[in-house]
Design a protein around this ligand. Structure first.
Ligand code: MN
Length: 302
């Protein structure tokens, strides 16, 4: 399903409705006149843009309200993709954790072409955070493509992005957390992180054919890199890749026997089953039950 559109926001992604394949619109190419000898003429470089597929599957207990992750995809310039994950512990204070992440994404989507944002993920995160009035907190990742092939990433917390080229992961963001399972986050409370003290910014060159896999921690806690590579390289269609990745993540998350990336990390950090169970040869296993949000975006000619 190809949906040409200028901007889309999916504040609450559900398993059935939210699968969409977005062919992002063409950026404007400015051809300038060049008064020079033919030998000095540079060939015009065609612009690059993103073709993105998205899929989200909520936590099994949060299906009714659609989970607490949010995302948006914009065709502005080379294309912008973003995911936010509402921090669920706010529910203990009777605050719906989805409100903050949804509003944060709605604001980011609205501000993406704001002059003061200057097409910079840090400024976009900052302005969207400032504009958000809901109580709560969220992790966030934003990636913006320049038409010349430069990808700019801003990341606060443990959402993630991987860049694949010719079947290999050539870049991964690093999760930022205070301690195990407590990621850096933007918050309505003044004491939390801002885009400045907790953000990770990366700028890199991308090429036609590169594939970006972005997701909430529900993806990366449950799916190994080799599984991501396997799915993305076998399926050229970004909508199909995003759906399959989300389904594998959701399936692993519900499997108590699966040795997930989350279980391996927990054990590496000293978390495990009680000693008496250990003595019986048991160990901490299982996926991490969570909302799963996946965006797969391919770099294509405009
Ligand atoms: Mn999550």
């Amino acid at each position: 399903m190809a949906i040409p559109m200028t901007r889309i926001m999916v504040p609450q992604a559900s398993s059935s409705l939210r699968l969409s394949h977005l062919t992002l619109s063409k950026p404007t190419r400015v051809d300038s006149l060049c008064r020079c000898a033919p030998s000095e003429l540079q060939p015009l470089r065609s612009g690059l843009s993103l073709s993105a597929g998205v899929h989200a599957i909520p936590h099994p207990d949060k299906v009714e309200k659609g989970g607490e992750d949010a995302l948006f995809v914009s065709s502005y310039r080379g294309g912008v993709i973003a995911v936010a994950d509402g921090v669920s512990s706010w529910a203990e204070q009777d605050v719906d954790p989805s409100l903050f992440s949804e509003e944060l994404m709605a604001n980011a989507s609205r501000l993406v072409d704001d002059e003061e944002v200057r097409y910079d993920p840090g400024f976009l995160i900052d302005k969207a955070h400032t504009a958000t009035t809901s109580r709560g907190s969220a992790t966030i990742i934003v990636a913006m493509l320049e038409e010349v092939g430069v990808l700019k990433i801003g990341n606060v917390g443990d959402c993630g992005l991987k860049l694949l080229r010719q079947g290999q992961i050539i870049f991964s963001t690093t999760p930022q957390e205070h301690y195990f399972d407590c990621p850096y986050q933007l918050s309505s409370e003044g004491s939390a992180q801002t885009y400045l003290d907790a953000s990770q910014f990366n700028v890199m060159e991308v090429k036609k054919g590169d594939v970006i896999v972005m997701g909430s921690d529900g993806l990366f806690d449950n799916v190994f890199d080799h599984e991501i590579v396997n799915i993305v390289t076998k399926h050229a269609d970004v909508a199909e890749s995003s759906r399959l990745l989300a389904e594998v993540a959701s399936s692993h998350s519900r499997d108590p026997g699966f040795e997930s990336p989350y279980a391996l990390e927990a054990r590496a950090k000293g978390f495990d089953v009680p000693l008496w169970k250990k003595a019986l040869g048991m160990k901490l296993t299982g996926g991490k039950l969570d909302d799963v949000t996946v965006i797969v975006a391919q770099v294509v000619d405009s």
